[in-house]
Write a protein that binds this ligand. Sequence first.
Ligand SMILES: [Mn+2]
Length: 342
Amino acid sequence: MNILKRDSHQYQQEVSQVAALLRAHHGPLVVLSHENPDGDALGSLLGLTRALRDLGKTVIAPMDVPLYLRFLPQPEETSAPLTEWPQGAMAVVLDVDNNDPDRVAGADLRQFVGKVVNIDHHGTNQRRATAGLVDPGKPAAVMLVADVLEELGVTWTEEIATPLMLGLITDTGSFRFDSVTPGTFECAARLLEHGARLGWINDQMGQQPRAYYLLLREVLDTMEFLRGGRVVMARVDDAMLARAGASWEDVENYVGMLRNSEGAELAVMIKDFGERVKLSLRSRGGVSAQNVAVALGGGGHVSASGASLSEPYPVVRRCLEEAIATELARVDRLDTVVAGIH
Ligand SMILES: [Mn+2]
């Protein structure tokens, strides 16, 4: 049997095991996801919760839904974090490794002794759960949830398909990332067939509060194009937030916008808290945002990283420029070597 076949066999087995455990459990199901929930976390939680409730299950879904996603859940569907695990509960942990309880929000898994189902698509997952469905080849956890719901034989509705579509859209950057596979579109097609409101989700997600624009005006005013536009930076501080009536949550989207600048290889959003500074870094091509972040005591992925420094901005700025100079020199040296080979 070739590797692909064995993998798909194992995947189907995991789907069956997870579905069987969910089906067999008659006590409360506590559905959880990660801290700072994103569209995939909320979409997985809401899609699964709605389907399980349709099957007559008692489901508790603690999640602190961020403002920009509040258009989707009904007020009573999610609840506050649990202070205590209910009698006879089973935990269902989505889009995060259950072996990393610090990252799981909504309830403390360290205080829990019952069965745990884990559905996740992170490559770092340690695969220790009563039943686990883990596939890093899927760009969104909602794809795994969709397969479990299929196995459970749920009656598909628009209310179930729409949150799953949300997760698919947000974790794939609206189907724009390299992680998207033919299977991603097949899943999207199925969700559309089941009534997922694709246009509506995008319309809701595309709307920004007034403070977003007022703050954007302030941030654009600080925008700098360095090294011939290879590096783009902008800064935000408390005074700018106060003038715009915005909060730090409103700042999150800006670094992606900076990275869209033509010719930009590195984008840096500087969050200036006065006595400390946080940096959000994004890169493309051969430049590693991670290398710059690591040089400043931070970390993350190659193309998306961050660092937090307990120094005032002028000091951080000097360190940052040094780290950038080192990284760009490394890339340029590599380019020279490659050019020499050809
Ligand atoms: Mn995800």
